[in-house]
Design a protein around this ligand. Sequence first.
Ligand code: ATP
Ligand code: MG
Length: 217
Amino acid sequence: MNNQPILQAQKLSYEFDYPLFNDINLELYPQETIAIMGASGTGKSTLLNLLCSLLKPQSGEVVFQNKKIYSLKKHELLKIRRDDFGIIFQAHYLFRGFSAYENLQVASLLSNNTINNELLKELNIDFVMNQGVGELSGGQQQRLSIARVLTKKPKVIFADEPTGNLDKKTAQEVINTLFRYVKNNHAGMIIVTHEKEIAMQCNKVYELNDLELRVIK
Ligand SMILES: Nc1ncnc2c1ncn2[C@@H]1O[C@H](COP(=O)(O)OP(=O)(O)OP(=O)(O)O)[C@@H](O)[C@H]1O
Ligand SMILES: [Mg+2]
C-alpha cells in the first residue's frame, strides 16, 4: 500500500446544540476502504460531510493531497469537490427531467470521461438507460447515482449508506463495484453503513460512539 495518505482528518470536532464528536483523527490511503458504523444520531453523516468538503469543522483540519481543504479559496475547494471527490448520498440528486443516460452524460461531459458500459452492466442498470429518472425504481435510482459518481473518476469516494435501499444480493454487487473501482483507480473510499457484513469487508472499520471514533477492525 502506498504510504502517503490521500485524505487525512486531524482533530475534527463538531457540535450542534451538544457535542457530536471530539478530536477525530483518520487517515485514508490509496486503494483503501474505511467503514464508519454507529447508532442513529451519533453524527456519522455530519462527520462524512466534514470529510467531503461540504461542512467546515468547528476545529481541526481535513487534508487532501497535502492541502488543508477548508483553508483553500472557495473556487479551489469547489474544484476538488467537483474533480476529485465522489459523494454518494442516501438522497440522490439525479436530474428529474432527464433520462438515466442523460444523467450520466452530464457527468461525462463535465469531467471529460467516457461512460463505462461495463460499469452499467455490473450495476444492472444498462437496460434502463432510456427511461426517465422518475420511471426508475428506488434501487435503480441509487445505482444510477453511483454510476454517475464513478463516471467522473473521483480519487476519494464518500458514501452515506449507499446500499440502504437494496436487497442483500444487489447490495453486495454494488459494494463489489465500488471496491473494484477503488482498487483499479488507486482511489480511496469512506463508507457509512449500518450493515456489519458490508462494513467488515472494508480494510478498516470504526464505530462512532460517545464522541469518539473507536477502532473495530
Ligand atoms: N443541520 C443541523 N442542525 C442541527 N442539528 C443537526 C443538523 N444536522 C444534524 N443534526 C443533529 O446531529 C445529530 C447527528 O446527525 P447525523 O445525521 O450526523 O447522524 P447519523 O449518525 O448520520 O444518524 P443516522 O444513522 O440516523 O443517519 C442528530 O441528533 C441530528 O439531529
Ligand atoms: Mg446519517
